[in-house]
Write a protein that binds this ligand. Structure first.
Ligand SMILES: [Zn+2]
Ligand SMILES: [Zn+2]
Length: 261
């Protein structure tokens, strides 16, 4: 199994260093482990849930060290990034250019609303917010910087009931993914840990099943990742996520090209 979405202690809400995740990954029989910790930002915005710019060299070094120490596994250098036009050149020139990262994952954790930035985890409570989230996610996808979209259906955390608004949002995201041939992630952390109350009872917040049922109508590919925030959970949700892919007849993305970049 493969996982392209692993955090480290540097993001301030995960535990473990690269080597700790590696040891567990080896013991669980993973063949590929990609790190995609929360990106630093040049203005150090949202610092409470990401590494500061000064932590970047050590992050990259820790992964490169692990590549030497664990040759039996393919280890990739990635980052999970919130896109905004003002960060585009930093991602392109510094992360992909200067530091030679293998890939960037798009993680839309914040989006612009009513003149400020709000959280995708807590602030998608109504149709207007959902629309703003979707608009920003789609624009971020169009930046051309990303190899896949982490938890595109994150709105399922706070927007509780499936309706015409969630269907419209999902169709916008899915048709953009199809047009760009940009893989969408089924998130293992959400699958295992994120349950919410809806009018139908408890459900998984994300991956939100109706989103992925709708995905069958589009020519999109999917990647299943654990989004691990602790070494113990390096493979969380991978088997379950692959089961979902299988049962819905979705197509897995081919991300092997990242290994040669
Ligand atoms: Zn994320
Ligand atoms: Zn993540």
């Amino acid at each position: 199994m493969k996982n392209y979405h692993t955090h480290t202690f540097r993001c301030k809400h995960a535990e473990g260093e690269v080597g700790d995740y590696m040891r567990t990954a080896v013991s669980r029989g993973l063949s590929v482990l990609g790190f995609a910790d929360h990106t630093p930002l040049p203005d150090n915005r949202w610092l409470f849930m990401r590494m500061g710019s000064s932590a970047l060299p050590a992050y990259v070094r820790a992964i490169e060290d692990a590549q030497q120490r664990f040759p039996e596994l393919t280890i990739l250098k990635g980052m999970e990034c919130e896109w905004a036009s003002e960060y585009h050149s930093y991602f392109e020139d510094v992360l992909l250019g200067e530091y030679g990262l293998d890939y960037l994952a798009l993680g839309c954790h914040f989006y612009p609303y009513s003149g400020g930035w709000v959280s995708s985890h807590v602030d998608i409570l109504d149709a207007a917010h959902l629309l703003a989230y979707t608009k920003h996610l789609v624009e971020s996808m169009r930046s051309g910087l990303f190899s896949f979209v982490a938890h595109p259906d994150l709105f399922g955390l706070t927007y509780r009931d499936w309706d015409k608004n969630t269907e419209a949002a999902s169709r916008d995201i899915l048709s953009t993914a199809q047009e760009l041939q940009l893989p969408l992630e089924i998130n293992g952390n959400g699958l295992i840990n994120r349950l919410v109350e809806s009018s139908q009872g408890m459900r998984v917040a994300y991956p939100w099943r109706p989103f992925w049922e709708l995905a069958r109508e589009y020519e999109v590919t999917v990647v299943v990742n654990s989004d691990a925030h602790h070494p113990e959970f390096v493979d969380q949700g991978l088997a379950e996520g692959l089961g979902l892919v299988e049962s819905l007849g979705l197509t897995l993305a081919k991300l092997e090209y990242l290994e040669g970049s």
